[in-house]
Design a protein around this ligand. Structure first.
Ligand code: SF4
Length: 668
């Protein structure tokens, strides 16, 4: 039941077809010199998919306000031409689009030749690694005018609304916060003067666009910074923004420098809603938009049905499924965003173009190789039902091929079946469910419990093509005792934990993402607290203790110095904090010498040998390519392609697996 989500909404004079707004995302191709082809294709696809009102990634109101080299800057005629193409395409698809007016302030990461960052005060930023220049009062006024000019431009370029970006620790926030605004002039000194910049920007934008053009202001409902803006100042600021002419307030959460995660998978979906509700309570009839970590329309529905919130912002879910809303309207499966950040936020933070792990077409809508066109139907066998195989089978079936999928296990999902057990990763099960439903809808014949072996050459030859996505095998450690009965591979450990719980002392040999996931799973017991309450208490946002409930004592024994070293910048710190909190012991730069029934003998960085006592030893030391099926496909002499772990286990992650599955099927 999505009754509330699918009912019409309104921002100022703008009528919205439903109550989900696609939140702003910096895509990384705003500055690409392609006449706006990529940008227009990206937004048009989402408009076609029923997105309703979309907010663009931040358009810098001045060169010094750009977040980095990949940002579009207003005032640049080529950028204007790209934006004009965007609005035309979106309107042709029946969509609505707002331009986000952006200034990074001290978060700017300019190219070496670019202008240095500016901010209310010269306070070093951990996020950008830069110390900005403090703005003169004239510069502050000039920046207010930049926002106003940007707003007028947006209206002229055909946008339906503007959103002032005032959250996540960008310039408006930097003025509001006592941490970053150390001024003592008309722009700082007390809460009212610190809030003045945001209010003046809103007022100037309103004046620039006129009374009837919709103006949304995104600001921070809680900054999650030690010593940050107190709640009463936040609420007073919300009132000031309303008085200055905002048509809606979009409530953000957290700064890029916050020590509390706000959009990572460890954050329970919907947990930030109460902070938006507080804002709604002080601004009365003014529409309030809640968001940050809302990844399913069902969560949006619960927010809209159970609180006075008017609209819900969802951003990354529109990468995972561009047709999210229309799929839900038609009762079709929805590809769920996993909050993994692996192909979106982590790309954005490292100046790469954004895409999506589960939907590699995202961000590449204008590239033919990532599109699906009907072709002459042939038959294809997909061997393997993990991420690469699922994606390949769906892509091939969409093109019209007759697809048979063979999976050795009794269920689809591959490594995602393990991942979904990990705290915060339950939605990985949603990915499996989505692909299973899609394969059924598209008529793919799925054979479970059907390993492909030497006797199947004839079967492979009976197809026009074969896509091998048979995955990997866990890497073994070559030490004495590795085959003792107290030693498990990581898939065995996940399976045993699911079956009967893995208790007592567990030593995990390995320090990569899978080892960290397993440690997270084993060390987190099922406490009496709900996920939201546990999260809020854990981060000091609700009063009360967090009971430690796990009956498993976990030690990671890792060769390297960095735990979960390949996990992305946005997420790794949050996972490590969870492990620390749950008492996981991490022994770095430590060699596993031998395994005995009593545990693991190790040699630490000092070379001293000692025993890590454990009833169970789990080897999570990576994976190797299983060459058996790829070799068979070669022997069969049919057209074939390898994807995911079957192609190369080295450095494999799910982003690559999904993308290679898609690409392999596109070649067929
Ligand atoms: Fe969501 Fe991960 Fe895709 Fe980003 S990459 S949109 S977090 S599923």
């Amino acid at each position: 039941d999505l009754r509330h989500v699918l009912s019409p909404g309104r921002i100022g004079r703008l009528e919205l077809p439903h109550r989900v707004v696609m939140g702003a995302m910096h895509l990384g191709f705003e500055a690409r010199d392609d006449d706006g082809a990529a940008l227009a294709a990206f937004y048009a696809e989402r408009a076609r998919g029923g997105a309703g009102l979309m907010v663009t990634g931040g358009a810098a109101v001045s060169a010094e306000g750009a977040g980095g080299p990949g940002y579009g800057v207003l005032g640049d005629a080529a950028f204007h031409a790209r934006l004009r193409r965007v609005t035309r395409r979106v309107h042709r698809e029946g969509g609505l689009i707002a331009l986000q007016l952006f200034h990074a302030g001290r978060y700017a990461r300019p190219a070496p030749s670019g202008p240095p960052p500016v901010a209310p005060s010269a306070v070093h930023s951990r996020f950008s690694g830069r110390e900005p220049y403090a703005m003169t009062p004239q510069r502050v006024r000039g920046t207010v005018e930049d926002f106003a000019r940007g707003a007028a431009l947006a209206r002229d370029l055909g946008f339906d609304a503007v959103e002032v970006m005032g959250s996540e620790g960008y310039l408006v926030d930097q003025f509001l916060s006592p941490l970053t605004n150390l001024r003592d002039d008309e722009w700082g000194g007390d809460a009212v003067r610190r809030g003045r910049f945001g209010a003046e920007v809103t007022r100037a934008v309103r004046t620039a666009v006129g009374e009837d053009f919709p103006v949304v202001v995104r600001f921070t409902g809680i900054d999650l910074m030690d010593g940050g803006t107190p709640q009463e100042d936040v609420l007073a600021f919300a009132r000031a923004l309303a008085a200055a002419g905002a048509d809606a307030l979009n409530v953000g959460v957290g700064w890029h420098e916050s020590p509390v995660p706000s959009v990572q998978a460890v954050v329970p979906p919907g947990v930030w809603t109460p902070f938006a509700v507080r804002v709604k309570e002080v601004v009365g009839d003014l529409p309030v938009i809640a968001g940050n970590r809302v990844n399913r329309l069902e969560t949006a529905e619960a927010i809209l049905a159970g609180t006075p919130i008017d609209l819900v912002s969802m951003a990354r879910p529109f990468l995972a499924d561009a047709g999210l809303v229309s799929a839900a309207r038609r009762g079709r499966p929805v590809n769920v965003c996993l909050a993994c950040n692996q192909a979106c936020v982590d790309h954005s933070l490292t100046e790469r173009e954004v895409s999506c792990m589960v939907n590699p077409r995202a961000g590449r809508e204008s590239v033919p190789r990532w599109s699906v066109r009907p072709v002459r139907p042939r038959t294809v066998a997909v061997v393997g039902g993990g991420p690469a195989g699922l994606q390949a089978a769906r892509r091939a079936a969409l093109a019209g091929h007759r697809v048979e999928l063979y999976e050795a296990a009794e269920a689809l999902g591959g490594q995602f079946r393990m991942a979904r057990q990990v705290p915060g990763k339950a939605d990985y099960g949603g990915t499996i469910a989505y692909f299973a439903a899609e394969l059924a809808r598209l008529g793919v014949r799925v054979h479970l419990g059907r390993a492909i072996g030497a006797a199947d050459l004839g079967l492979l030859r009976s197809h026009d093509g074969v896509i091998v996505a048979s995955g990997t095998r866990p890497r073994r450690v070559d030490v004495p005792g590795a085959d003792l009965p107290n030693v498990l591979t990581y898939p065995e450990a996940f399976a045993r934990h699911a079956r009967e719980g893995l208790e007592g002392r567990v030593a995990i040999v390995g320090g990569g993402g899978v080892a960290a996931d397993l440690a997270h799973l084993l060390s987190r017991g099922h406490g009496p607290l709900g996920e939201d309450e546990r999260f809020l208490r854990r981060h000091g946002l609700a009063a009360g203790p967090v009971p430690v409930t796990a009956r498993t004592e976990v030690t990671l024994v890792q060769r390297g110095a960095r735990t979960a070293g390949r996990t992305g910048r946005s997420t790794r710190w949050a996972v490590l904090a969870e492990l620390r909190e749950q008492g996981v012991r991490v022994l770095r730069e430590t060699a596993c010498l031998r395994i005995t029934p009593a545990g693991v003998w190790i040699a630490g960085p000092d070379g001293a040998e000692r025993l890590v006592e454990a009833e169970t030893v789990v080897v999570a030391a990576g994976q190797v390519t299983d060459r058996a099926v790829p070799a068979l496909a070669g022997d069969a002499g049919v057209w074939h392609r390898l994807a995911g772990g079957a192609r190369d286990a080295e450095g494999l992650d799910a982003v690559r697996a999904f993308a290679e599955g898609f690409a392999a099927a596109a070649e067929f």
